[in-house]
Design a protein. Structure first.
Length: 268
C-alpha cells in the first residue's frame, strides 16, 4: 500500500474518533438509559447514534469500502477494505460513568487489520497503530513493556462474566501463572498494554469489532496479539484474544493456555 494511502486512512480515522468523542462526551453528562440485547449485553441510544454517524462518514468518503459494526451489522464485507466499528466498547462502564470505555475503529485490507484506533473520549487518550507506523498515544510514540517472565507479569481481563463454563478454567490457569491481575479495563486495558502498563491481556470475545482495533495498536508498539491458539486475528476470527508485551511472553502465555485446554497442542 502506498504510504500516502495509509496516511489518508489515519487522518480519516482521527476524524471518526473526533466525531464519536464529541457525541459521547455530550451524552456522558446525562443518565443514559439502556436496553438489553438478545445476548443480555446493554445498548444505549448513544451507541447507535455514534455508529450511525461513523457509517455515514465512511459511506461518503469511501463508498466502495465495507463496514462491520456492533449495532447495525455488516455490509459489503467482501470488499477489499472493510471498516470495523465498536461505537462504545464497555457500554456497562459508560452507563455507570466509569471511564474505561471507548470507541474502537479498525480498517482491514483483505480481512487483515492494518489500522486500529482505541479512543477514550473522557480522558482524551487516543492510541493509533497502523501498518508501517509506530503506535502513538496522543501523537507520542509508545512501546510495550520489556517484561518476559510470566510469573512477573501483570495480567488483565475485562470481566469474569464474559467467560463460559468451558473457557473459565483457561483464564484461571493463566491467572495462576502471573504476578497479579486487574479487571474491568475493557478496551482501555489494551491501550495500557501498548503503553507498557499491562503485560498480558486475555478475553473471550466472540466478534471482530471487539478486538480488531487492538491488533495494529499492540503489534506496532512491539507486542503480539492472536487468538488462544496463536493464530492471527482477522475479520473472520471468533475474537478470543491473547495479547502480550513481546513474543517471549506471548509464547509463555500460549503454552499455559494450551495446557489448560484438553486436546490443544501448545504453539510451537
Amino acid at each position: 500500500m502506498p504510504t500516502s494511502d495509509i496516511r489518508n486512512f489515519i487522518a480519516f480515522a482521527q476524524g471518526l474518533a473526533e466525531a464519536s468523542g464529541t457525541i459521547i462526551r455530550e451524552a456522558a453528562r446525562q443518565n443514559n438509559a439502556f436496553v438489553s440485547k438478545g445476548d443480555d449485553s446493554p445498548v444505549t441510544e448513544i451507541d447507535r447514534r455514534v455508529e450511525t454517524e461513523l457509517r455515514r462518514r465512511i459511506g461518503e468518503a469511501f463508498p466502495a469500502h465495507g463496514i462491520q459494526g456492533e449495532e447495525f451489522g455488516a455490509q459489503a464485507t467482501d470488499a477489499k477494505h472493510v471498516w470495523v466499528i465498536d461505537p462504545i466498547d464497555g457500554t456497562k462502564a459508560f452507563v455507570a460513568g466509569i471511564p474505561v470505555f471507548g470507541t474502537l475503529i479498525a480498517l482491514t485490507r483483505r480481512g487483515i487489520p492494518i489500522l486500529g484506533v482505541i479512543d477514550q473520549p473522557m480522558t482524551r487518550e487516543r492510541w493509533i497503530g497502523a501498518e508501517g507506523y509506530p503506535t502513538t498515544l496522543n501523537d507520542v510514540r509508545v512501546a510495550t513493556s520489556g517484561r518476559k517472565v510470566l510469573s512477573e507479569a501483570v495480567l488483565s481481563t475485562s470481566s469474569i462474566e464474559l467467560y463460559e463454563p468451558e473457557s473459565l478454567p483457561t483464564f484461571k490457569a493463566l491467572r495462576s501463572s502471573v504476578h497479579w491481575c486487574v479487571y474491568g479495563g475493557s478496551c482501555y486495558a489494551y491501550g495500557r498494554l501498548a503503553s507498557g502498563g499491562i503485560d498480558v491481556a486475555i478475553d473471550p470475545f466472540f466478534t471482530p469489532h471487539d478486538v480488531l482495533a487492538h491488533v495494529p495498536v499492540i503489534a506496532n508498539a512491539g507486542g503480539v496479539i492472536t487468538d488462544w491458539e496463536g493464530a492471527p486475528l482477522t475479520l473472520h476470527s471468533s475474537g478470543r484474544c491473547l495479547a502480550a508485551a513481546n513474543p517471549e511472553l506471548h509464547q509463555a502465555a500460549l503454552h499455559r493456555i494450551a495446557k489448560a485446554q484438553p486436546g490443544t497442542r501448545p504453539a510451537a
